[in-house]
Ligand binder design. Sequence first.
Ligand SMILES: Cc1ncc(COP(=O)(O)O)c(C=O)c1O
Length: 390
Amino acid sequence: MPISKKVSTYLESASWIRKLFEAGNKMRQDGQGPVYDFSIGNPDLDPPPKFKEALKEVALDQRPGQHKYMANVGYLETRQAVATSLSKDFHLPFVPEQIIMTVGAGGAMNTALKALIDPGDEVIIVVPYFVEYKFYIENHGGVPVMAAATPGFDLDPDAIERKITENTRVVLINNPNNPTGVVYPQETIDQLGARLELHNKHRDRPIFLIDDAPYRKLVYDMDTCPSVFHAYPHALMGTSHSKDLGIPGERIGFLAISPQCVDWQRVAAAAAFTNRTLGFVNAPALMQRVVAKVQEELIDLEWYRRKRDRLVAALSRMGYNVPHPKGAFYIFPKAPGGDDIAFIEALQRMRVLAVPGTGFGMPGYFRISYCVNDDIIEGALPVFEKARKM
Ligand SMILES: Cc1ncc(COP(=O)(O)O)c(C=O)c1O
């Protein structure tokens, strides 16, 4: 076999999202009508106008040396803009030295995990989970350990605590959550933080709490997203502008280390090193200069809220068991009949693509990614209705 045995097994159990993406591409070319694709989280809306203005301004800047390597952590001016914005959001005194610009949230996760774990260390994740976490953790020799969420998909501090062993190095949460759209309340994150603090009393180094938060600004029915920074000192947040500015293709994000984190200077130095040695070297230069100018901008949240409300109301009327998600752009209903794979295949035969819960470690459910145009939603509703009755 020419390739790694490990990657070979990964390829055989290829992610459902990828499979559906490929199925969708084939269907789009078969000439048999529209495809209603709810399978991936690729926002179908343009970034805010100020993003394009900042992009033009940066492109026209004639100062020399703008396309060179820079410090692995990124430009100071960008990290200062991020630190100022985070200090305002979280009422904590972030400084640029606590910010590492990364290649998206995915880059931030890998940079952080590589910096914190040794081979064999355990990383607790919550089921259902973002499918890439297993790969990210195993990239660095870590061992993913699954903890159940509550029946309403909130964090379950008891379940997480039961999974803690002497090898636990990191608890990785994702708020707002993909695939459920649930936003963990501050109260539950605080409870988790308190449990971790208790465990730290018996350890020579603390467990780290990482929040993968690329959807943190996509929250509805509340002003701000609850945060790990208020709950626990040894906290890191990886995020990006993939979703809040609608620019996932530009690969720009950052890792933020809590000002209260134990020896944050050493953690930051480790992350600068791993950002480099994972081959990222630094986050894209042009985009760093652009996002420094638009930290307070946001895509049109109403665009998402309307779609969520339309879908949740319509699906509930049809008899689906749909929770009312408060964040991100996902809905995670129960699959009628209980067999998520059979249900997804039935939808696919009617040209609607959604992802089975099995792909997120949670059979019996399916995920709808509603970052799509209204005509896709309206075109698919009769199919959802038909599938519900099958
Ligand atoms: C939970 C979660 N984490 C990380 C990512 C990766 O984000 P980025 O495109 O910023 O790397 C995604 C993308 O969909 C996601 O849903």
